[in-house]
Design a protein around this ligand. Structure first.
Ligand code: NZQ
Ligand code: ZN
Length: 384
């Protein structure tokens, strides 16, 4: 097990009717800026619950954070927050709204363009404190310090580290209005988050392996119930919310190496084509495993095959291949297409992506053995 330091300061308030507790965690004399996406919270009652909880507060609102939030919008919000002298930021939405708020809260008190903060990789503060009301289980942004921001001007998308939310309110009932596609996105994104902290090399931590496998098995098990929008089941939605948060709140990465190559390739696909984050991942992950699964990931692939997919028969090559097929079939069972051509992404995009990695000197993988040439092979194997 590698040495590590660990802290996660986010207070989680979980369960039915938990939005009513907002006034217990938001300081009474604060003047928050409430930040929303495109309006889903008006339809599902979340906005009304927030307004009811904040009846004794003076607050302002910003509407219109887009999916894959852009720095262009965030600049406008930062200006508004400075004008209104907001001393808290409240994110009310999915990962996009929360990620945007991480940059907003890092930018208000700092004399720096927000895109420079993103490009620096780490926001150093001072920060305006951040609280979240989560409406879409997927990214775990509600309990981590990460944020992913896009630039319309340059068609780029990069992660940076900001601050942890002070608190996040998670009411599984707010997921009831999510369309099937977004539920599938949340399940797939969470699954891939676990994979990218797990599927590296074995024998680093028995405990982290079992936790990661527990998350993967739970996500597989609940997926059909979560997607059955005609028979909504509170307990499945509650499990889903917990899986998504625990998949990327830092717990399962302690003491082990990670490989975020699928995410890094996926972010480029989204930046270049607008494909949804999770959809990019379900295309790239099987390709990554087809190329790397019999190389550095071989031993862990065999463990994954056995413990997650019950594959114990056949030689090593065929067990690894079966595990990749099962993974891709799982994503297809969620309703996704899993090849670039099916998503209308052509070889011109592949070439641009590979060229970007070559120019940036990007090196990926837990063994730092994936350069632009390996990425080129992965994309070719994702084609059709
Ligand atoms: O904008 P509104 O109207 O609210 O609608 C949203 C949006 O259209 C809708 N939605 C959210 N909650 C809903 C709802 N619709 C009905 N009922 C509800 N309860 O869902 C749509 C998608 O929302 P979005 O926030 O964009 O999705 P998600 O949570 O998947 O976030 C994606 C973003 O997070 C980044 C991704 O790159 C992408 O930009 N990620 C952030 C990470 C992090 N901070 O740690 C890690 C992830 O790997 C990921 O990269
Ligand atoms: Zn993700």
């Amino acid at each position: 097990m590698k040495n590590f330091k660990f802290v996660n300061p986010t207070q989680i308030i979980f369960g039915q009717n938990s939005i009513a507790q907002l006034s217990k965690v938001l300081p009474q004399n604060s003047k928050p800026l409430l930040v929303f996406g495109g309006g889903s919270v008006r339809k599902n009652g979340v906005y009304d619950q927030v307004v009811a909880a904040l009846q004794d507060y003076e607050y302002s609102e910003f509407w219109g954070i887009e999916s894959n939030p852009t720095v262009e919008t965030i600049r406008i919000v930062i200006e508004q927050a400075r004008r209104d002298k907001n001393d808290w930021v409240l994110a009310i939405g999915g990962g996009s709204v929360i990620d945007a708020c991480k940059l907003i809260s890092a930018g208000i008190l700092v004399d720096k363009d927000p895109w420079d903060i993103v490009l620096s990789g780490v926001a150093k503060g001072p920060f305006v404190p951040l609280g979240c009301i989560l409406t879409l289980p997927a990214t775990a942004s509600e309990m981590n310090a990460g944020s992913v921001i896009s630039s319309q001007a340059t068609q780029e998308k990069f992660p940076f580290h900001g601050q942890f939310p002070k608190f996040s309110i998670l009411d599984p009932e707010v997921t009831y209005t999510l369309p099937k596609y977004q539920l599938a996105c949340g399940l797939a994104d969470s699954f891939v988050h676990v994979i990218e902290q797990y599927l590296t090399w074995p024998n680093q931590s028995l405990l982290m392996d079992r936790w990661a496998e527990g998350l993967l098995l739970t996500i597989k098990e609940i997926a059909p119930k979560v997607l059955d929008t005609d028979n909504i089941d509170y307990d499945s939605r509650a499990e889903f919310m917990m899986c998504a948060t625990n998949a990327l709140n830092g717990f399962i990465r302690r003491g082990v190496v990670e490989d975020w190559s699928t995410h890094m390739i996926g972010h480029e696909l989204t930046a270049l084509t607008g494909i949804a984050h999770a959809h990019s991942l379900v295309i790239v992950l099987p390709g990554t495993l087809r190329i790397m699964g019999t190389l550095g990931k071989r031993e862990k692939m065999l463990q994954y095959a056995e413990r997650v997919w019950n594959i114990t028969e056949g030689d090593e090559e065929s067990r690894i291949e079966k595990a990749i097929v099962c993974t891709e079939e799982f994503f297809r069972s969620l309703g996704f297409t899993t090849r670039l051509s099916e998503a209308g992404i052509g070889e011109d995009i592949e070439r641009t992506l590979v060229q970007r990695f070559e120019e940036r000197g990007t090196i990926l993988g837990e063994r730092q053995d994936m350069n632009f040439e390996v990425v080129e092979k992965i994309l070719a194997s994702c084609r059709r």
